[in-house]
Write a protein that binds this ligand. Structure first.
Ligand code: NOJ
Ligand code: CA
Length: 540
């Protein structure tokens, strides 16, 4: 369906009030898997000082905020998502002083730093759990979920862990089972206990006082389980109490000036469920839309459907999108067809960076880093691959060292990197792409520059424009204050296509970004797009 009004005059009801928008609305957020970005001290492990040394690169790329995967002390059963101390930096990643320096150096470049907050569970080595498991009478017993087993040496019920097997592990010393949504080494906190809430809110204040811009909240939908332990394994998540905690957490974050951000790992079944994570504007600022990245092939109808779902379910709320993360194969491997890989990478980058909402990139996607899945169990480092081999190969493939140059260690380290460097670093690397004007890296820079210069791309409303075309996804972003309008046309097919927009006949246009669209500035006869071509046009 064609959009409502594309006229230059502001429509009532869609105008943006000219107030300063929170920084995160127009931002590009960049995820860094800390262990894999840059090693600074020659131990083969990425660290905070390494990231600080690469801030100029991130500034030039157009990054506004960095989300660091967990860098707290951890036994690394789940690469940091098993936190042993929430108020420290793991020695292999640096010190609190290094963290402060990273925040300060980033600020000089207008880049904000965010941390990952693992709310659902701690490490079994965390002092809280050690105390909890010490005795059934421990003052912290009720900080975790303990239950008696069933007769016959069985766990309390059949609830399954996300990674493998039962979600209950017997603690032989005290004879009770504890609940773990993930690995046994990741016991779930009992969020019904106000002491747990206060302890975690104390952690939140600790980091916000240090100048942190916000948190990515891990595994939000898993925080509460059904108190009725007879409920089936498929439906033990309990949302209502999670919302209460999120409102409390939001109030803590709002104690601090500067629009501190909550970005949520909110895996949901549909966009309607996603809407609930915003609360009444008093819970998560940016719940990530997992429906978007679930489209694992280039498809105009499917992405159009996801964008329409958002329009329908989140007309007022601000979406957040991503196409890759440290938990799933790299986007180029999910979308490429073997014949037009580079064009497809640029097309998908254009979608991510022009859709209404805040884009969250994953480190290395800007140079087209590929997934390198281990082929031998002895090479695997992720427990999900080690313990579940060969059914699961783990997530090492998308966590390989950042490819800075063509050397054997990719410029990541001068020692042996903790994970092997993909051999394709000889051709896929920052140094090579920096000098090639048509590279994917330089294309991402064009996109972030276009966003920065355009209120419509940053804050604009969304208007569908393609009338259900099977190949072309097209939409207009329109800013209600400046009335700037930008047309995005994406050919999601290998066939060269001409996109016609009768509503725009006579309209003057200026290309902000163009990967092979011809006739883009005089579109009356249609915009001719090459295979998987993308154009971003300001409507004059
Ligand atoms: C989601 C994180 O992204 C993932 O890496 C981790 O294994 C689980 N949460 C458990 O914390
Ligand atoms: Ca290091």
């Amino acid at each position: 369906m064609l959009s409502s009004c594309l006229c230059a005059a502001a429509e009532s009801g869609t105008s943006r009030i000219p107030v300063a928008e929170p920084w995160w609305k127009g931002a590009v957020i960049y995820e860094i898997f800390v262990r894999s970005f840059q090693d600074s001290n020659g131990d083969g492990i990425g660290d905070l000082n390494g990231i600080t040394s690469r801030l100029d690169y991130l500034r030039d790329l157009g990054v506004d905020a960095i989300w660091l995967t967990p860098c707290y002390p951890s036994p690394l059963i789940d690469f940091g998502y098993d936190v042993a101390d929430y108020k420290a930096i793991a020695p292999e990643y640096g010190t609190l002083a290094d963290f402060d320096r990273l925040v300060a150096e980033a600020r000089k470049r207008n880049i904000r730093i965010m941390l990952d907050l693992v709310l659902n569970h701690t490490s079994d080595k965390h002092a809280w759990f050690q105390e909890s498991r010490a005795s059934v009478n421990s003052a912290k017993r009720n900080w975790y979920s303990w239950q008696d087993g069933k007769a016959g040496g069985l766990p309390p019920n059949d609830w399954k862990s996300e990674f493998r097997g039962s979600a209950w592990t017997l603690d032989a010393a005290t004879g009770q089972y504890y609940f773990h949504r993930f690995w046994p080494e990741q016991p779930d906190l009992n969020w019904r206990n106000p002491e747990v809430r206060n302890a975690m809110f104390d952690v939140v204040r600790f980091w916000l006082k240090r100048g942190l811009a916000g948190f990515r909240l891990d595994a939000v939908p898993s925080m509460f389980e059904d108190p009725n332990i007879a409920s089936p394994s498929e439906s033990f998540d309990q949302m209502p109490e999670t919302h209460q905690v999120l409102r409390q957490l939001r109030a803590v974050v709002d104690e601090f000036p500067g629009d501190r951000l909550l970005l949520g790992e909110t895996y949901t079944n549909n966009a309607a469920e996603l809407a609930s994570w915003y609360g009444k504007g008093n819970e998560i600022h940016l719940p990530l839309n997992f429906q978007f990245d679930l489209v694992n092939h280039v498809s105009a109808p499917e992405f159009r459907q996801r964008l329409a779902d958002e329009q329908h379910n989140l007309p007022k709320a601000w979406p957040a999108h991503f196409l890759s993360s440290h938990d799933q194969s790299r986007q180029i491997d999910r979308y490429r067809d073997g014949a037009h890989d580079e064009a497809i990478a640029k097309l998908m980058a254009t979608l991510l960076l022009t859709a209404r909402g805040t884009p969250v990139m994953n480190y290395g996607e800007e140079i087209g880093m590929r997934t390198m899945t281990p082929t031998r169990v002895e090479d695997v480092r992720d427990m999900d691959g080690i313990r579940n081999w060969p059914e699961k190969k783990g997530r090492d493939g998308e966590r390989t060292p950042m490819q800075w140059n063509e050397e054997a260690t990719a410029g990541f380290s001068n020692a042996k990197p903790w994970l092997p460097v993909p051999p394709n670093t000889t051709t896929i690397n920052v140094a090579a792409e920096q000098t090639d004007p048509s590279s994917l890296l330089n294309f991402y820079k064009q996109l972030t520059r276009a966003r920065r210069s355009s209120a419509a791309l940053k804050y604009g409303t969304y208007h569908e424009m393609d009338a259900g075309d099977p190949d072309i996804l097209a939409f207009v972003r329109k800013d209600g204050v400046s009335n700037q309008r930008v047309l995005i046309v994406l050919n999601m097919s290998p066939n060269p296509r001409t996109a016609k927009f009768p509503a725009l006949v006579g309209q003057k246009m200026r290309a902000l970004v163009n990967t092979g669209g011809r006739n883009a500035d005089a579109a009356d006869d249609g915009i001719r797009l090459s295979s998987f071509g993308a154009v971003v046009l300001e409507l004059k």
